[in-house]
Design a protein. Structure first.
Length: 278
C-alpha cells in the first residue's frame, strides 16, 4: 500500500529487483513496489561511508522506500529506506539464492510500471519467506511459478481440456508411462478431439507425463504430499519453465542453463518418432 508522507513523498513496501553502481558513490535500484509496480530509483551517495541508504538496499529483503515522485522522470531520487523484513539467510545457500533470483526475475518481467501490483508483490514475499524459512528450494520455486502463472491469468489447464473443459483422458500406451495431450499454445492439457482440432489448425501439440500434470495440480490445490522425489520436482519445473517461456515470449535469464538441457519430460527414446511435449 502506498502512503504519502511529507510534501508529496510516497512510501512503499518494496523488493529490490536489480542494483547497479552509478558514478563513484551512487546506486541505481530497480524495485518492485506494492502500490506503484516497478520503479527506478537513484540512491545518491549510497556508497559513502555515512550513507543511511547503502546498507539497506539488499536483494530479498522487504524494504520500505520513500521518494518524492517527479512526473516525467525515469529515475526518481530515493530519500528514505528502511528494512521491514530481513531475509539474509537466502544468500547463504547457492540453490536457495538462485531460486530467489528466479522469482525476482519473473516478477520483474511481469510487473507493471508505476501501477499497483499487490498480489504479485505478496506472492514474491511469500516465495522469499519460504526460501528463508528453509523450504526445499526447487519446490518453493515450482509453487511460485504456478502461483505466478495463475496471477497473470495464464495458468495451464492441468486437469481438464483447455479448449472445451471436458475431462482430458489419459492416453495409455503399451510400455509407456501415462501421458496426456498438451499444447502450450492452446493453454494446457487437451482432450483427444480438441488435440486433433488443434493440430489441424497448425498448433504444436505434444504430450506430457500425467504424474507431472497431477503433481502440479495437487500443488496448486495445496494437496501435494510433503515428501516428493527431486526428480519429479525437476520435471515439473521443466514443464513450467517451458510453459512460462512460451507464455511470456521471453526466456528468463535464470532459466537459460536449465532449459538448455534436454527436455526432461520427453517420451522415452524407446518410442522413436514420438513427439515430445509442446
Ligand atoms: Zn477438449
Amino acid at each position: 500500500m502506498s502512503r504519502a508522507s511529507g510534501a508529496g513523498r510516497v512510501r512503499e513496501r518494496a523488493l529490490i529487483l536489480r542494483r547497479f553502481t552509478y558514478g563513484e558513490t551512487s546506486l541505481v535500484v530497480h524495485a518492485l513496489t506494492c502500490g506503484q509496480g516497478k520503479v527506478h530509483l537513484l540512491a545518491k551517495g549510497a556508497y559513502r561511508p555515512r550513507s543511511r541508504l547503502g546498507g539497506v538496499l539488499d536483494l530479498f529483503d522487504t524494504l520500505e522506500l520513500g521518494w518524492t515522485p517527479r512526473p516525467g522522470q525515469e529515475l526518481q531520487a530515493l530519500e528514505e529506506a528502511d528494512i521491514v523484513e530481513r531475509r539474509h539467510r537466502i544468500a547463504h545457500s547457492l540453490p536457495r539464492f538462485r531460486a530467489a533470483l528466479s522469482m525476482l526475475e519473473l516478477a520483474g518481467l511481469a510487473a507493471p510500471e508505476r501501477s499497483a501490483c499487490h498480489e504479485l508483490f505478496e506472492l514474491c514475499c511469500a516465495g522469499l519467506d519460504a526460501l528463508r524459512d528453509g523450504a526445499d528450494d526447487l519446490r518453493a520455486l515450482v509453487e511460485f511459478e504456478l502461483a505466478f502463472l495463475h496471477n497473470l491469468g495464464l495458468a495451464p489447464a492441468l486437469e481438464a481440456c483447455a479448449a472445451c473443459g471436458a475431462p482430458a483422458p489419459v492416453s495409455i500406451e503399451p510400455g509407456a508411462a501415462s501421458r496426456s495431450e498438451f499444447s502450450a499454445a492452446s493453454g494446457g492439457r487437451l482432450c483427444a478431439a480438441c488435440a486433433v482440432r488443434a493440430r489441424e489448425a497448425g498448433a504444436r501439440v505434444g504430450t506430457l507425463p500425467l504424474d507431472v500434470l497431477d503433481f502440479a495440480a495437487a500443488l496448486r490445490r495445496g494437496r501435494a504430499p510433503h515428501a516428493v522425489p527431486t526428480e519429479l520436482l525437476e520435471r515439473t519445473h521443466d514443464f513450467l519453465a517451458r510453459f512460462l517461456r512460451h507464455q511470456l515470449e521471453i526466456e528468463p535469464k535464470s532459466f537459460r542453463v536449465f532449459l538448455s538441457a534436454p527436455h526432461r519430460n520427453r517420451r522415452e527414446a524407446t518410442t522413436p518418432g514420438a513427439g515430445g511435449a509442446a
